[in-house]
Design a protein around this ligand. Sequence first.
Ligand code: PMV
Length: 325
Amino acid sequence: MLSPQITVRAHTNIALVKYWGKENQDLIIPMNGSLSLTLDHFYTDTSVQFDSNLKNDIFSLNGNIQNNLQVSKFLDIVRKKANIKLFARIDSVNHVPSTAGLASSASAYAALAAAASKAAGLNLNRQDLSKLARKGSGSACRSIYGGFVEWVKGYDDDSSYAVPIEEELDWEIGMLVAMVNRNEKKVSSRAGMQGVVETSPFYSAWVKSVNNDLINIKDAIKKRDFKLIGEITESNALRMHSLNLSATPHFNYFEPMSLEIMQAVEKIREEQNILCYYTLDAGPNVKILCQQKDAAIIKNELSQKFSNIEFEFAKPGPGIKYLNK
Ligand code: PMV
């Protein structure tokens, strides 16, 4: 027996207000809500087909067969929901530099959740897809939607999911991504966030401050106050990274070049009066939130200073799309 082959495209998202810590590690319930921007430039295409001839799941990423237990564990959730026992062939093509803090797991699990559930015969709505994607990787629950997206914290499996704040953005903004390093990250987000929850003396202050950030950034989005969105984005990222510095053992995702780019962004803002703000995730790449009209000037300025670094500009992107039907 062969299921239909379903192919889904999901775009990555970058959090402006970060998720950094779990209340429930099995279900991936976060300690706080978060808010992101989905990007058009970075995405994952994933095809899934269940096949009674298979003796195990076969997962290929960019054409190479992988030995990835996480993917099979995730498919077990889908199989249980759909009440099937078949293994699947999963083909993923990632248009995101893997594991370099560009949240490739977000687009990967959003695409996998949508493709696998449909191939298994489940007809999930986007809220249920968001809950399912969350169990692959927390940030993936936000990639179901486009534009500005909030992950409502919730308290159990059923109440923790993303909601769109504004999917079709009529706003010329975007992110300039500085590819500082495409290599594997030093500390996985899973291990990093658990370390700070357990050991950072500042963790409860973080949770409190994020709740304020969320209220303020949603208000700023409504009012189209780009400056305020940028200020919240940058300070929220720095607070997240200061948790890492305050953990035992301490760790960080910065490379010298990340710090240099952060300083250069501040300088462009101060000296040229251009609104641009940085954020970093679980890796050294710097993402610069800016308005589209300024992107070329900022890119030009930074490319001159950092000639061996690649900069890629991404506009707001859409939610998941089924590519074959
Ligand atoms: O979804 P994960 O487990 O890859 O964690 C993502 C964590 C951050 O990217 C640092 C923040 C976020 O909200 O996306």
